[in-house]
Design a protein around this ligand. Structure first.
Ligand code: ADP
Ligand code: MG
Length: 323
């Protein structure tokens, strides 16, 4: 009996021992129209709770911001803001203000009212607007037609206009997830949502390696860079698209034409916050190499890798050490 007790005690101790051990925990799932992936260095069993907290936050933001969920705040704005003020939370107001900031910074290339035209495309059903519908939609694009009062009331001055936060929502969601992990005491993690990712800390003594894939040959890595505490976002014309009459109809819309932006095929932005990397990757995609790179060079702590139609790769000067 005493022997058995000793054995049980030993088993219990070893079980307790494992509960305080840290380990890598990874998970992936579908959310926000894309694939989420996390890798977290966490105490066992804290890893499962940390992944659960990230899952809950992504789900919350999807329900809040998706224009395809009928009672999301974005759907409510799109339905009502041309006829009555729509009151939004501080969080949503902050996202609208960040959107405005990027709209001004990019001289209109980043514009959440792109959706007036963007929502006429259906990439799965291969549907695009005809010339009349597109002309009408173009007249509804322009962020100056959206006002946000100090009381957080949104008003549209053009009937039928629409917004979509798809250009920054995933970046914002990642920043939120990183804040949640930090609050849980987690020091090493990698989080990605589609083309947006963040590396928290290092990989326990080794850097995280982020690879930029070739947009036309998914198995080819154009550049592999060691990063930590850095956001990396890629916007590509290969994420959501169909081919019509030889033309690639994709999901990054030039607000001037209401049609897919055509000069480049992929833009990767490195920045300290994921929301900035996300907004800028979409913006630089629309702006093209010359205007886009000029903007990147003017910003502190922002780098870019742009690949054009011919497959040529352009790097911001800090990456090539030429500044
Ligand atoms: P993803 O990670 O979804 O591929 P990107 O960062 O490449 O996202 O951004 C593309 C998304 O941004 C589109 O799906 C759309 O929701 C939104 N978007 C498209 N064009 C614009 C634009 N000109 N300004 C702001 N947002 C845009
Ligand atoms: Mg983006």
């Amino acid at each position: 009996m005493a022997r058995l007790n000793r054995l049980l005690a030993a088993l219990l101790l070893s079980a307790l021992g494992t509960t305080v051990q840290a380990q890598w925990v990874s998970d992936s799932w579908d959310v926000m129209g894309t694939r989420a992936q996390v890798e977290i260095w966490a105490p066992d069993p804290g890893g499962a709770a940390a992944v659960g907290a990230v899952r809950d936050e992504f789900e919350r933001l999807n329900t809040l911001l998706s224009p395809w969920i009928e009672d999301s705040v974005i759907s409510r704005i799109n339905r009502l803001a041309s006829s009555e003020p729509v009151h939004v939370s501080e969080e949503v107001a902050a996202l609208l203000n960040t959107s405005r900031h990027y709209n001004i910074l990019t001289d209109g290339a980043f514009d959440i009212t792109f959706a007036s035209a963007g929502h006429l495309y259906d990439y799965r059903q291969q549907v695009m607007p005809d010339a009349d519908a597109l002309a009408q939609a173009r007249s509804q694009i322009g962020m100056q037609s959206l006002s946000l009062s100090p009381e957080n009331a949104v008003v549209f001055s053009k009937p039928g206009m629409k917004i979509d936060l798809g250009g920054i929502a995933k970046g914002y969601a990642i920043d939120r997830a990183v804040a949640i992990l930090r609050d849980l005491g987690i020091q090493h993690a990698w989080i990605s949502l589609g083309g947006d990712s963040y590396t928290l800390g290092d990989r326990r003594g080794r850097p995280w390696m982020v690879g930029i894939r070739h947009p036309r040959n998914q198995t080819e890595i154009v550049l592999s860079i060691p990063v930590n505490d850095l956001a990396v976002s890629t916007s590509g014309d290969y994420e959501r698209f169909f081919i019509k009459d030889g033309e690639r109809i994709h999901h990054i819309i030039n607000p001037v034409s209401g049609e897919p932006a055509g000069q480049v095929v992929s833009v990767t932005i490195l920045a300290s916050a994921s929301i900035d990397a996300d907004a800028l990757s979409t913006s630089v995609f629309v702006m093209g190499i010359e205007r886009g790179m000029k903007l990147v060079e003017s910003l502190d702590d922002v780098s870019a890798v742009i690949i054009d139609q011919s497959g040529k790769v352009f790097y911001s000067s800090d990456l090539t050490g030429s500044d």
